[in-house]
Design a protein around this ligand. Structure first.
Ligand SMILES: C[S@@+](CC[C@H](N)C(=O)[O-])C[C@H]1O[C@@H](n2cnc3c(N)ncnc32)[C@H](O)[C@@H]1O
Length: 344
């Protein structure tokens, strides 16, 4: 049976004042308490108070959760933008050291999976939009797939830096919010790599993706796998991830990324959310796969010596057992779209 924790009246007032639902906080804490019966909770309305977002720290002994976040989607979106704009300069140097788990996963596992999906589904000379391009790691690789690549990010410092780095394509690098793209040009392929997990108002981003695709265009969505992500709970005995959340609901945490300097919002949803949403919009699923990691990928890293490879194997052993990414490719099928629009 779920035990409902008493929420201090001033916290209840804070949430109501900022159009957030106190019931959500109560329910999430009840889920946490089922797994951590003696959990200690610290309500922090100050850190993100000016955004109207409540930060909640929860721990049981030495097992601490990533801070939980509660607020209206509008307020969480404003916070998301502010966090990325403030920290974009700290995010850049992350891709150099492949002996680090995060860099390895991104360089050796995620980006090859995304590129291969784009190659499989983009016709020669097609236009590709890298949505949420950040510091351009994926953008750079996409340039080798087709010259007609565009990059969009809402954090201006990322785009300014990319324009300096790629002056020949500077006109194709734009500051826009994925939830309000306002673009006249359609694209054959939209890539959303590690983007949607960060967006509180994800329905608006999915609608914008749908709108910006050409007839028969495809979207390649790659995200952290919200079934296994390490922010969903804490590591218990034997290094097992003990999850505290209700996997059918959205679970929002503050996540330190890029070596810890960058704080962002992770909005964990069942991955099927994106597919179901786009299917309702009339799109067809072409691929829906978990992206796995193999020991062979680690052993194949020529740039690491044997001891660094063994160390990396230890760091990624959880990821070998639990695929760290999810990849979804959906096509905008014109016939089905028209049928569904009439049906709405
Ligand atoms: C985790 S980074 C991923 C960057 C890049 N796609 C990659 O895989 O290396 C997320 C990026 O999405 C951007 N972003 C987050 N929310 C956005 C939004 N609503 N509109 C546009 N960009 C957004 C952030 O500024 C950041 O650059």
């Amino acid at each position: 049976m779920k035990i409902l924790m008493r929420i201090p009246p001033e916290i209840d007032d804070f949430l109501r004042e900022h159009q957030a639902d106190p019931q959500e906080l109560t329910e999430v804490l009840a889920d946490v308490q089922l797994v951590m019966p003696t959990v200690k909770v610290n309500f922090d309305p100050d850190t993100y108070g000016k955004f109207g977002v409540l930060r909640v720290e929860a721990c049981e002994g030495t097992n601490a959760l990533e801070p939980l976040l509660f607020g209206s989607v509008e307020n969480l979106s404003a916070l998301n933008r502010n966090l990325w704009e403030a920290s974009s300069s700290d995010w850049a140097e992350e891709m150099s050291d492949v002996s680090q788990r995060g860099t390895f996963l991104k360089r050796a596992v995620l980006i090859p999976a995304v590129l291969s999906a784009v190659r499989r589904h983009t016709a020669d000379g097609g236009t590709v939009l890298d949505l949420g391009c950040g510091d351009g790691v994926v953008f750079h690789e996409l340039l080798s797939v087709t010259p007609r690549v565009y990059g969009i990010d809402f954090a201006a410092p990322f785009i300014e830096k990319l324009r300096r780095k790629y002056p020949n394509v500077r006109d194709r690098l734009l500051v826009r919010d994925a939830t309000d793209l306002d673009l006249s040009q359609p694209f054959d392929t939209v890539v959303a790599c590690m983007l949607l997990l960060g967006i509180p108002e994800v329905d608006r981003a999915l609608e914008e993706i749908y709108q910006v695709l050409c007839p028969n265009g495809v979207v390649v969505i790659a995200d952290a796998n919200s079934l296994h992500h390490r922010t969903l709970g804490y590591y218990g005995r034997g290094g097992q991830l003990v999850k505290v959340h209700d996997p059918t609901k959205c679970f929002r945490v503050e996540k330190k990324i890029g070596g810890g300097a960058v704080r962002a919002i992770h909005n964990h949803r069942p991955f099927s959310y994106y597919r179901t949403w786009l299917e309702k919009r009339g799109m067809t699923c072409i691929e829906d796969i978990e992206v796995t990691v193999t020991a062979e990928q680690v052993r194949g890293l020529a740039e690491l010596d044997a001891s660094a490879r063994e160390q990396l194997l230890g760091d990624v052993c959880q990821d070998i057992a639990h695929p760290p990414f999810h990849l979804l490719v959906m096509r905008k099928n014109v016939g089905i779209v028209q049928h569904n629009i009439r049906a709405q």
